[in-house]
Design a protein around this ligand. Structure first.
Ligand code: MG
Length: 382
C-alpha cells in the first residue's frame, strides 16, 4: 500500500517499465480501478489508455503459464519517496517555524506518508482518520467542505496552524486554515503558484480551462503564462511533460510539482504549503485571504448528444467575446474579466456551464444569457 504519487515516483526512480495502481482514487469503497503509469512515472496518455483497453477488452493479451511469470521482487518505495519530497523544501526553515499541523488522510494511504513527512519537518502532528482502511469508515474518501468537520474540530482542539485533508489514494489535498475554514483547491494551488513564480519568474503553469481566474492572476503577476488544458489530471500532467512545464494544478486540490514529478501529489503539496507558511511567518488565512476573490457558479442545459458539436460551433460564431478558448468545450472571456465555460457532458445529453466573475449577479447573468443562447441554437437545429 502506498499513495499513487509514491508509486509514480518509484516507477521512475527505479527505472521500471511501468506501474499499475489499484485504487478508486476519491471514490466510495465499493468501487475500484487501475491507474496505469508509464515508465516516466506519469499516467499514460488518453490515447495509450484507449490502446490498452482495446487490448484488454478485445480478448486480452495471451496469459503466461504459472511458472513463466519471472521474478517477483519487493521494493521499499515509501522511504525514498519521503526523502525525495523533503529534498524539495527548505527543511530547516520549516523546522524552525515549529508549526502545528492537523492531518486527515480520510483512512486513505496518505496516512503512510503525510504524518511522517510533517514530523520530519519538525511539526507537531495531530491526526484524524489516519488508520488505512479501504472501507473509509471516517468520511467519504473525497475531501469536500461538507465532510471535513472532523478535521476542522481537530484544528480547533489542537490549536493547529493548518489542517490538511487527502483523498483515498493521496494525490489530492485540501487545506483548512487556523480558524477552521476550508479553502478550495484553486486557492491553495494559487498560493503555491504565486510562491513558485516569485522565485522562478516567468514560469508557465498548466491548468484545466475550468480553473479559477485566480490562477491566471498570480501567474501573470509573476511574469508567466497559463497553458490551458482539457479537464482531467492526465491531460494536465501529459501537457506538462510534452511542453516541459514544471508546475500544474487543478481546482479539486491536485497540485503537480514538476521538480519532483509532473503528477498530482497531496503529500508534496502539504510540504510546499508548510514551507510557504514557515518562510512567511504568517497565518494561512492571511496568505489565502490576500489572493483575489471571485464568485463562481454552475448550470446545465439539455442538448441531444448528436448535435453538441454543431451547437458549440454555432455558439462560437454568434457570441462576441474577446477571448475564446476551445481546448475543451468553449470558454468565452469578457472584458470585465468574467468568463464562462460551456462543456459537453461525456455521460449525459447536457452541456455543463461554469462561470466566474467579480460578483454573484454577473455570474447569474452569464449563465442565464448563455443558457438561453444554447437553448435557441438547440431549437433551431431541431
Ligand atoms: Mg485521487
Amino acid at each position: 500500500m502506498l499513495p499513487t504519487p509514491a508509486l509514480q515516483f518509484g516507477v521512475r526512480e527505479f527505472g521500471l517499465d511501468g506501474g499499475l495502481m489499484v485504487t478508486a482514487s476519491h471514490n466510495p469503497p465499493e468501487f475500484n480501478g487501475v491507474k496505469v503509469v508509464a515508465s516516466d512515472g506519469v499516467e499514460v496518455s488518453r490515447g495509450r489508455e484507449a490502446e490498452i483497453e482495446a487490448l484488454f477488452f478485445g480478448g486480452g493479451p495471451e496469459l503466461c503459464s504459472w511458472d513463466g511469470i519471472g521474478d517477483v521482487r519487493s521494493l521499499d518505495v515509501l522511504e525514498p519517496y519521503r526523502r525525495a519530497v523533503l529534498s524539495h523544501v527548505d527543511v530547516d526553515a520549516v523546522r524552525g517555524a515549529g508549526l502545528r499541523v492537523a492531518l486527515d488522510p480520510g483512512n486513505g494511504v496518505a496516512g503512510l506518508t503525510a504524518p511522517s513527512v510533517a514530523t520530519e519537518l519538525g511539526c507537531e502532528v495531530h491526526t484524524v482518520n489516519v488508520d488505512v482502511d479501504g472501507m473509509f469508515p471516517g468520511r467519504d474518501s473525497e475531501p469536500r467542505p461538507d465532510n471535513l468537520d472532523g478535521l476542522r474540530a481537530l484544528v480547533e482542539a489542537s490549536g493547529s496552524d493548518v489542517g490538511v485533508a487527502f483523498d483515498g489514494d493521496g494525490d489530492r489535498s485540501i487545506f483548512v486554515d487556523e480558524g477552521g475554514e476550508v479553502h478550495w483547491g484553486d486557492r491553495s494551488f494559487a498560493l503555491v503558484a504565486r510562491d513558485f513564480l516569485s522565485r522562478n519568474p516567468g514560469t508557465d503553469v498548466a491548468t484545466p480551462v475550468s480553473s479559477s481566474r485566480v490562477i491566471e492572476d498570480v501567474v501573470s503577476e509573476g511574469g508567466g503564462s497559463v497553458v490551458w488544458t482539457k479537464v482531467g489530471s492526465v491531460d494536465v500532467s501529459r501537457t506538462m511533460v510534452d511542453s516541459g512545464i514544471v508546475l500544474g494544478g487543478e481546482e479539486n486540490g491536485g497540485i503537480m510539482y514538476g521538480p519532483l514529478l509532473q503528477v498530482r501529489d497531496g503529500t508534496m503539496a502539504m510540504a510546499l504549503i508548510l514551507e510557504i507558511m514557515a518562510r512567511s511567518g504568517r497565518p494561512l488565512s492571511e496568505l489565502l485571504g490576500e489572493l483575489p476573490q471571485y464568485s463562481q457558479g454552475k448550470g446545465r442545459v439539455a442538448c441531444p448528444n448528436d448535435v453538441k458539436g454543431r451547437v458549440l460551433e454555432e455558439l462560437r460564431g454568434s457570441v462576441e467575446a474577446p477571448r475564446v478558448e476551445t481546448v475543451d468545450g468553449l470558454k468565452l472571456g469578457y472584458p470585465d474579466g468574467s468568463w464562462i465555460l460551456v462543456r459537453p457532458s461525456g455521460t449525459e445529453p447536457v452541456f455543463r456551464l461554469y462561470a466566474e466573475a467579480g460578483s454573484g449577479e454577473r455570474v447569474d447573468q452569464l449563465i442565464g444569457k448563455h443558457r438561453a443562447l444554447i437553448e435557441s441554437v438547440v431549437e433551431s437545429l431541431g
